[in-house]
Design a binder for this molecule. Sequence first.
Ligand SMILES: NC(=O)c1ccc[n+]([C@@H]2O[C@H](COP(=O)([O-])OP(=O)(O)OC[C@H]3O[C@@H](n4cnc5c(N)ncnc54)[C@H](OP(=O)(O)O)[C@@H]3O)[C@@H](O)[C@H]2O)c1
Length: 311
Amino acid sequence: MSNKEKTILIIGATGYIGGAVVQQAVKDGYRVIAVTRSAKEDTRFLGAEAVVADVADPASMEQLFNHHKIDAVISCLACRSGLTEDFFAIDYHATLNVLNVGKQHGISKFILLSAICTRKPELPLQQAKLLMEDELIRSGVDYSIIRPTAYFWVFDVQTPMIEKGRPGYVVGSGDQAVHNPISKEDLAEFMVDCISDPERRNRIFVLGGPEVDGNVVTYKESLEMIFKQMGKEPKISRIPRWVAMGLIRFSGFLGLFFRKPGIFSLFLKNTLYYLENDMRAPGYGTMTLQQHIENKDREIETTQTLRTIKE
Ligand SMILES: NC(=O)c1ccc[n+]([C@@H]2O[C@H](COP(=O)([O-])OP(=O)(O)OC[C@H]3O[C@@H](n4cnc5c(N)ncnc54)[C@H](OP(=O)(O)O)[C@@H]3O)[C@@H](O)[C@H]2O)c1
């Protein structure tokens, strides 16, 4: 079967990685259906069909699969709020819902975006992801599970503040962990290739970006790259670990009563986890963090969780 005869359903299509996956699948000649929560213009969907549906609702998914003969599903679904219950509702239950309905309708492949950090699970996000990985492996549907390292935007979040003259912040030394981040384009290419590559059938891939100079960095080094690119002397402020832990505990306590401090606490906990655990993985792709930072026209992206905290 050629690519143009295959229909690929992409869930989480409006996200950072999902948007890149839609573009890559269209480029590779597949018929692409991008699932969205509401009808809104998205230039990344050019060449794809955008369909409004509720991934968490079996009836809504049933309707979608009845209307379209889907060959493969790519899931880039991910919790936006940062709340524990939402990780389980989206990364696990909603994703499983789509798998179950897809299986009844005879899909031949399910590609799941997971995360490298599932190998040392301590956080709700990782537990929800592992539950979904397990369901997929036991489902009988052909699968590829991709556990990527950190994304480029993670290293770029402080750029707007640094531009305004503020320092870059690290917790502790900022050199505790080494990363080889992956660009969304390289990750999307790898995920879409899983549809047809028999070598990638029923396997879990831990995936990083190229293991070359300019892409193997500590968080502190990534900040130094940003300062250098702006022609500024690096100004790095170290937040002691005990202060970060105190903030996590205090906001976690407030989170028992209010939503925002709860999100902030979990966000800080996730951030600290990523700062303190190596995220090295076998390298794939071509784009380096250095090239990304050198691109002055790049879009500075962030997550809904951070936007909610800042609101
Ligand atoms: N950040 C990192 O460095 C990193 C590293 C490795 C792995 N990961 C993993 O990558 C994933 C995040 O990918 P991303 O950055 O592309 O995510 P993202 O930009 O936050 O996108 C999340 C997608 O899920 C959809 N979604 C969320 N809640 C939904 C709901 N209730 N109903 C329907 N759709 C919903 C969103 O739709 P809307 O647009 O409608 O909200 C969006 O399409 C996470 O699983 C994370 O663990 C992240």
